[in-house]
Write a protein that binds this ligand. Structure first.
Ligand code: SAM
Ligand code: SF4
Length: 355
């Protein structure tokens, strides 16, 4: 019996134990008693934008074709996660996941799993106009679209591409296709769009999108992040309060969600802030991550990875892969370490981990 199952045997119910007799437990638990139920899958490290807080203008050294998991390998790992490890939520991300040719088929195959996981997509929205209906039909539940500004010229500066209208069209198509609630992720950058918070919220309320601001994190490939320069959750809330009345939702309604949420002008509309830097939520974290080349990461900020691709390609049986995953998660650290003076940014940037 592994240390994981020994511990689980003492703290978790019979139900949570293996439904594969003689095999490991059907949960991904760590030494802080956190259970991961939410899997983030990066489908590619490539992107068609170059957001300044994410990657340099010239792009990055992309993963080679043989390094990337195939569609079948991705579906197999998600099946193992859902049927043997208690994963109930799957979010596809990247890089830009809409660049993955097999996306619709991957979603369709995951929708056929039992139990069926809830599925969402984090995307920059370019190409969503074309694919939203097919994604919904394949079984995708909802989308998060990243949009940092309502000003096309600022968008061009921030992303180094002139594609603002494509994102707006993508958002509209997602809403019409029923990929709801459509959430919008915004990062505010000093001197570029840091004055836009109220404008973005008014626009989101008018369109029925749920807006969430994300604090800029030290995950850019260029290592340009500076704590002094970043726009904090406190700055964002102060700016929003110049125009809106915000009422905090209770901690209970937050659960393990990274966003703290406020109702806007008495509701029903809400706004969220993901304050990974100034108000970390590691104690409630329920995430596990899989990179496009088949590495398990326990945290965005982890410096260690566990290789599942080697096991997959070495013909390991499902249970052996599940056990590698359990062992990786068992070693999850208490927190991101961002406040530790010895903090070191992970080698992989956000776009290669999957945000
Ligand atoms: N390309 C897709 C997109 O932009 O939505 C998915 C991947 S992207 C890495 C996921 C999210 O991470 C986006 O909302 C993006 O704004 C955010 N992001 C990227 N780099 C970031 C950073 N350094 N700090 C905070 N958020 C970041
Ligand atoms: Fe691409 Fe998303 Fe990174 Fe922007 S944040 S460069 S859209 S991966």
């Amino acid at each position: 019996m592994s240390h994981v199952s020994r511990r689980l045997g003492s703290t978790r119910s019979e139900e949570e134990r293996s439904h594969h007799p003689g095999e490991g437990p059907t949960v991904l638990i760590d030494t802080y008693d956190r259970v991961a139920t939410d899997l983030r899958v990066s489908l590619t490290d490539k992107c068609n934008l170059r957001c300044t807080y994410c990657m340099p203008e010239e792009g990055l050294q992309w993963l080679g074709k043989s390094e990337l998991l195939s569609d079948d390998e991705i579906v197999r790992l998600i099946r193992i996660a859902v049927t043997r490890l208690g994963i109930t939520e799957v979010r596809f991300t990247g890089g830009e996941p809409l660049l993955r040719p097999g996306l619709v088929s991957i979603v369709e195959q995951c929708a056929a799993l039992t139990p069926r996981p809830r599925m969402s997509l984090t995307t920059n929205g370019i190409g969503l106009k074309r694919t939203a209906t097919a994604l919904k039909a394949a079984g995708l539940d909802r989308v998060n679209v990243s949009l940092d500004t309502l000003r096309p010229d600022v968008f061009k500066t921030l992303t180094r591409r002139d594609r603002h209208k494509d994102v707006l069209d993508g958002l509209e198509a997602a809403h019409e296709a029923g990929l709801t609630p459509v959430k919008v992720n915004s990062v505010l950058m000093p001197g570029l769009n840091d004055d836009e918070a109220p404008e973005l919220l008014a626009w989101a309320v008018a369109h029925g999108y749920e807006l969430r601001f994300i604090e800029q994190m030290p995950l850019d490939a260029q290592h340009g992040w500076k704590r002094d320069g970043m726009i904090t959750a406190g700055d964002i809330l102060a700016s929003l309060r110049t125009r809106f009345t915000l009422t905090p939702e209770s901690d209970a309604s937050r659960g393990s969600a990274p966003a703290e949420r406020w109702t806007v002008d008495g509701g029903p509309h809400r706004v969220g802030v993901i304050a990974s830097v100034t108000r970390p939520f590691c104690r409630a974290c329920d995430r596990t991550r899989l990179t496009a080349d088949g590495q398990v990461r326990t945290c965005l900020f982890a410096r260690e990875e566990t290789d599942l691709r080697g096991a997959l390609r070495g013909d390991a049986p499902d249970e052996e892969i599940a056990q590698l995953w359990r062992t990786a998660m068992w070693g999850k650290k208490a927190g991101s370490g961002l406040d530790d003076p010895s903090f070191l940014q992970p080698d992989r940037p956000m776009s290669a981990i999957g945000g």
